[in-house]
Design a protein around this ligand. Structure first.
Ligand code: BGC
Length: 380
């Protein structure tokens, strides 16, 4: 296990150095360290070490910010908003000018960024938007709506021409704004497919009034909260597995056979796949994921997971590094869009995502993002 983590980090480092970032204002081409004011320049706070996704982000940041000549430190909140606040406070004490934060909880994190703002620190939300506060300066994100669209579309294409296919819906944590965006993206295409009879929703009564309608993350937030509340995995493998098992126990064979499963990310996809795989009345299943984790690429090789979404953390860290560079140079980072966080339209940059299936599983390998030897059953 340890060996696998180390080699993942190494390959991410490789991809990170390919992505790169402009040199820090005081760094020469020879790579001499930035002078700054002798204090830490960039503080990065990530949600947890317990998911490979965030370990990849850590490796990307360390490599890209270090190569660009910035001093930085990464701290993990380990699932606790209280630890997140303590982390932010300790980074402020170390003199940071920019805080890059991926919130544990979208609303609770408002307190931490308000403390940072009060100390004159610029705040960049990373991957997850912090809501209901004006203490957010910028947002760097993947195109999360498209993540959901791609997941939903994959299920539609997999069962093209069929009717009454049981559809099991699962979501991420309701404390994560992204969980709403992923689900709204998926529902933007699945809604019509349920309305026209391709799918029958098998585990979520709360969605019934919205069949044939799309759901907007901001305007329909309360409806989405109610729906997600009944199908949330809380981004937790055990919760995902227990929920899937409970859904299977509650349903008879008419809602089994060949089924479609919207699973929000790779960790939960594997847990849910294990539950469906163990049910004798489930003949086959198509299950989505995201994050391009090596364990899920292995599940794809063995047919237990159908797809994942590659979100190249090196690109996201590189975009963040460019923003840091602009801020520390006294300029304004260039942005391409805005995201509303309930209080303001936050200037943002969005990064595209790639669907990975067995057909193009070589892409993240060839790019050095993951190592072939870490993927169980990798072809070739
Ligand atoms: C991220 C996903 C991740 C999930 C659970 C989301 O906010 O965008 O990539 O799988 O959190 O950590």
């Amino acid at each position: 296990m340890k060996k696998k983590i180390i080699s993942t980090v190494l390959s991410v480092t490789m991809a990170a150095s390919l992505a790169g970032c402009a040199l820090a204002p005081n760094q020469d081409e020879g790579g001499a360290a930035a002078t700054g004011d002798g204090e830490l320049q960039v503080g990065i706070v990530l949600p947890t070490r317990d998911e490979p996704r965030w370990i990849q982000d850590e490796a990307s940041f360390t490599s890209i910010l270090g190569d660009a000549g910035f001093t930085s430190e990464v701290l993990f909140s380990q699932g606790s908003s209280a630890t997140e606040l303590t982390n932010v406070e300790s980074l402020i004490e170390k003199g940071i000018d920019v805080l890059v934060i991926c919130a544990q909880d979208a609303t609770a994190a408002a307190q931490a960024v308000e403390v940072a703002h009060a100390a004159g620190v610029e705040v960049i939300c990373y991957d997850r938007l912090i809501t209901d506060t004006d203490a957010v300066d910028y947002y760097v994100t993947f195109n999360s709506f498209d993540v959901g669209v791609q997941q939903g579309q994959y299920l539609i294409d997999a069962y093209a021409g069929q009717t009454d296919v049981p559809l099991y819906l699962y979501s991420g944590a309701t404390t994560d704004n992204n969980a709403f965006i992923f689900f709204a993206g998926a529902w933007s295409v699945l809604s019509e497919a349920v309305a026209n009879g391709q799918f029958t929703v098998a585990n979520c009564d709360a969605i019934e009034p919205y069949i044939g309608q799309t759901l907007d993350v901001t305007a329909d937030h309360e409806a989405l909260s109610n729906i997600l509340g009944t199908i949330t995995t809380n981004w937790d493998f055990n919760t995902a597995k227990s929920l899937a098992e409970a859904n299977l126990v509650a349903n008879d064979a008419s809602l089994k056979g060949d089924v479609a499963i919207l699973a929000p990310n790779d960790g939960t996809a594997r847990a849910i796949a294990d539950a469906f795989n163990a049910d004798a009345d489930v003949t086959s299943f198509v299950v989505t994921g995201q994050d391009c984790e090596t364990a899920s690429l292995g599940y794809i090789c063995s047919g237990l997971q159908s797809m994942t979404i590659w979100k190249n953390t090196a690109s996201l860290a590189s975009t963040t590094c460019d923003m840091v560079n602009a801020i520390l140079s006294g300029g304004t980072p260039s942005t391409s869009t805005t995201y509303n966080n309930g209080v303001s339209d936050v200037p943002s940059n969005e990064t595209a995502v790639t669907v990975i299936t067995l057909d193009n599983i070589n892409e993240p390998v060839d790019a050095g993002y993951v190592s072939a030897s870490d993927i169980e059953g990798y072809p070739g």
